[in-house]
Design a protein around this ligand. Structure first.
Ligand SMILES: [Mn+2]
Length: 352
């Protein structure tokens, strides 16, 4: 197995690549998108390039990124997540759907051409929403959590918003209404059937992340994968090595059914896991809290052993971790996770 670090857009620079290498990583997962909800309202936002009005990933941008990562002795394994504006109408079944499917195909081809093997994505309308933050990890470290009781009140999603980002500040007022499970699965099937053959040809694996939080509906919109058995439904839509999973251990653990070790074993054996979000959590929906790797409900060493015993040889990234009390809270949390992962993996892979 390989250990890597997921880096957000503002971290895609030499210092962070060096930090990853110093913490023992061999690989990087890059987030190109800006997750801020009001990013399109930011007065400092650069205007779209007239030659690239829909702000698609360009071959040059991807090549520069890969070159920078490689220069520090690392491999760029995956791009994680599309911009909400890239596929808003695919998710919402809007008038620009066909054009956006072509855009996604274009970006997949570019990713393949540059030699990046995986694109992780989360086909979701409400996206990652409603999380709360608190100092519940060991020693009062700050971490994320979810609570239907203490979190924000669920409201319908306003028009012009998807994945918790306002992609169209000029959208008419009102909300998008409710979206049923049948509708979202239909949209997803159409998407996968269109793009998986292109990914296959481009040598790119598309890797689906489950819904976080894994609830049947959120803000009136149905979710796709909120129980472990639903991973299989994703794979069955288009059986292909290019139609794969980004198994988030934290999210899977917070589902109310199933067993994380079973999920890891099943999909490792099927060679369906493109990469793993290696993180731990306490509790399940509707109430859970993220914690350090060694204090959650998952026995992470046992989980690693299950992956190893079932032939998984792909990448593990910490996803997120509690922030530690110091001048570099994110870095300290990541270093702790990565050190833990290195040691555990070493022991397991050398038969300890
Ligand atoms: Mn995750």
């Amino acid at each position: 197995m390989k250990i890597g670090l997921g880096l957000y857009r503002q971290m895609l620079n030499r210092d962070h690549f060096r930090f990853a290498r110093q913490a023992g990583c061999t690989h990087v997962v890059a987030h190109l998108l800006d997750y801020r909800k009001d990013q399109f309202l930011d007065p400092d936002r650069r205007p779209p390039d007239p030659a690239n009005p829909r702000d698609l990933w360009t071959e040059e941008q991807l090549t520069d990124l890969k070159t920078g990562v490689n220069a520090e002795g690392l491999v760029l394994e995956a791009i994680e997540n599309f911009e909400p504006a890239h596929w808003s109408d695919i998710l919402l079944d809007g008038p620009r759907k066909i054009e956006q499917i072509e855009d996604i195909k274009t970006m997949i081809r570019r990713v393949g051409k540059v030699g990046i093997p995986i694109i992780g994505y989360d086909f979701s309308i409400a996206g990652v929403w409603g999380h709360i933050q608190g100092s519940w990890a060991r020693g009062g470290a700050t971490a994320l959590g979810f609570s239907q009781k203490h979190g924000p009140r669920e409201t319908l999603i306003p028009k012009g918003e998807v994945w918790n980002v306002i992609y169209d500040p000029e959208a008419p007022s009102g909300d998008i209404g409710e979206v049923t499970s049948e509708q979202i699965w239909m949209r997803y099937e159409e998407f996968l059937k269109a793009v998986v053959p292109v990914a296959e040809e481009a040598g790119v694996r598309l890797a689906a992340h489950a819904d976080d939080p894994p609830l049947p509906t959120l803000r009136g919109t149905a979710r796709l994968v909120y129980q472990p058995h639903m991973y299989q439904r994703v794979l069955d839509i288009v059986p292909s090595t290019a139609n794969a999973l980004e198994i988030c251990m934290g999210t899977t653990q917070t589902m109310t059914e199933g067993d994380i070790y079973d999920v890891l074993a099943t999909y490792s054996r099927k060679k369906a896991i493109a990469y793993v979000h290696f993180r731990n959590v306490r509790g399940q929906v509707p109430e859970y809290r993220e914690v350090f790797l060694d204090e959650g409900d998952i026995d992470m060493v046992k989980a690693l052993r299950v992956l190893h015993d079932n032939g998984y040889d792909g990448l593990l990234v910490p996803d997120h971790t509690p922030h530690m009390t110091c001048s570099a809270p994110w870095h300290a949390g990541m270093t702790y996770a990565l050190g833990y992962m290195q040691a555990a993996l070493r022991i397991i892979e050398t038969g300890g």
